[in-house]
Design a protein around this ligand. Structure first.
Ligand code: DGY
Length: 429
């Protein structure tokens, strides 16, 4: 335990840049939105003050329309170190109408809204220090504006759920769930961009060139429409279960934050309840016993079984019968809890399953942490305990790998990955 705690702390200290933490020095040399939220959850056990700072740095890059960009670029890192860099996104110019800062360079897309939940957990680690620094009163208005953006401009389906408009937004970049929607996208010309991710990670573990050509096309179209959700002809628009579950969990956290600082928690609780009803009504599949994403371009549910469909376990007010059904699915042949390592990102029995390639099968530590949290909250103590054991053993043995091949448990992607270390610290408590 002590040696795990020491090495996890070393990863976080080594990846700290002075104002925030990079996910990895090599592959991801800037600040990433949902990474920072998970990092803050672990960092609070090392330094509550630094964990507050992590979130404050991210929130200082928030746009005027409320969006929290998925990357905040570090100006001391050369533009060529990561693709797509600031020169591609042109946030200061292309995002002007949406209120992007002229001084902080960012991307223009978003990532899952884990931030209010992280802020609440960071506060809880040291309430006195949080009060002394006025942490909650300072972050509350920004987090509330973020949620207003998601519930407003991003409710593209009009049914009370937030939509993602790029495969990078739900964080499950190359999930087989997006294959059919992506097949409709005209790829950007291959000579028009140069990937940098393959300098740091094996090509077999990463999305393909064809995936990238489509990611580039979608991002460029959004950029060329000023990142304006109403004006952009969104060729990729999806209601993702995990993205919305995290929004609901964060809305509950925002209610707790509001209560603590003397603001009105009522609207947050009501929004969380309405969104839970929308999540169940629009995405729950009682036959498959999993939540399925919905493609807003075709209007149809996406048939694939992804780990995303299990993450609604983190929703506090989820009906007990649904939580029970999700626990059954987790133990079943598609996700194999206890028979494979952690929780695979995609259905083990599907022909598209690939245990090495990013989100097409590998097990990730952040989704395991979320599922552990959900199982514990819904009284599934035994499954939660098993997942925690596996998590801590594998995080240590893999040197805090980015992800794992689910059958062998071998490390994939890069090592010394910040959220793996941070969430290990959290589970050690
Ligand atoms: C990447 O660069 O691979 C991320 O997943 C997208 O931000």
């Amino acid at each position: 335990c002590d040696s795990l705690r020491r090495s996890a702390t070393q990863v976080l200290l080594g990846n700290w840049t002075g104002a925030a933490t990079v996910p990895s020095r090599a592959l991801y040399p800037h600040q990433w939105s949902w990474d920072s939220a998970f990092i803050a959850v672990g960092l609070r056990h090392v330094s509550p003050r630094r964990a507050q700072r992590e979130l404050e740095t991210l929130l200082s890059a928030q746009w005027g329309d409320g969006r929290i960009p998925h990357i905040v670029f570090n100006p001391s890192v050369p533009d060529g170190a990561y693709f797509p860099g600031p020169g591609f996104w042109r946030s200061a110019v292309a995002g002007r109408a949406a209120g992007a800062s002229a001084f902080i360079q960012t991307s223009g897309i978003i990532q899952p809204p884990v931030h209010a939940l992280a802020a609440w957990l960071v506060h809880a680690a040291d309430p006195a220090e949080s009060r002394r620094r006025g942490f909650l009163p300072r972050v509350y208005p920004r987090l509330a504006a973020w949620h207003r953006y998601l519930g407003g401009a991003r409710d593209l389906g009009g049914g009370g759920l937030a939509s993602v408009v790029h495969p990078w937004e739900p964080g499950l970049d190359n999930s087989p769930c997006w294959d059919a929607a992506l097949a409709r996208i005209e790829p950007a010309p291959f000579g028009s961009f140069a990937r940098t991710d393959l300098h740091h990670s094996s090509a077999a573990d990463r999305p393909t060139d064809l995936d990238y050509a489509r990611y580039v096309r979608l991002a460029a179209t959004y950029r060329d429409h000023g990142y304006d959700d109403a004006r952009t002809p969104h060729a990729f628009a999806i209601e993702d279960p995990s993205f919305n579950a995290l929004l609901i969990a964060s809305e509950h956290a925002l209610a707790d934050i509001a209560e603590t600082i003397g603001a009105d928690a009522g609207p947050h609780r009501r929004r969380a309840e309405a969104a839970t009803a929308a999540l169940v009504g629009r995405l729950w599949d009682p036959v498959d016993e999993i939540f399925h994403a919905r493609d807003l371009v075709t209007g149809a549910a996406i048939a694939g079984h992804s780990v995303s469909g299990l993450i609604p376990l983190v929703v506090p007010g989820l009906p007990a019968a649904i939580a029970k059904a999700l626990a059954r699915t987790l133990h079943g042949p598609r996700f194999g809890l206890g028979r494979v390592h952690l929780v695979p990102s995609y259905d083990l029995t599907a022909p598209e399953f690939d245990g090495n390639r990013y989100w097409r099968g590998p097990s990730w530590f952040n989704t395991a942490w979320l599922i552990h949290r959900g199982l514990a909250a819904h009284g599934e103590e035994e499954a939660a305990g098993l997942l925690r054991e596996q998590f801590l053993t594998l995080a240590h043995r893999s040197e805090f790998a980015e992800y794992l091949e689910p059958h062998s448990g071998d490390a994939r992607g890069i090592l010394r990955f910040s959220w793996t270390a941070a969430l290990a610290l959290d589970l050690l408590q």
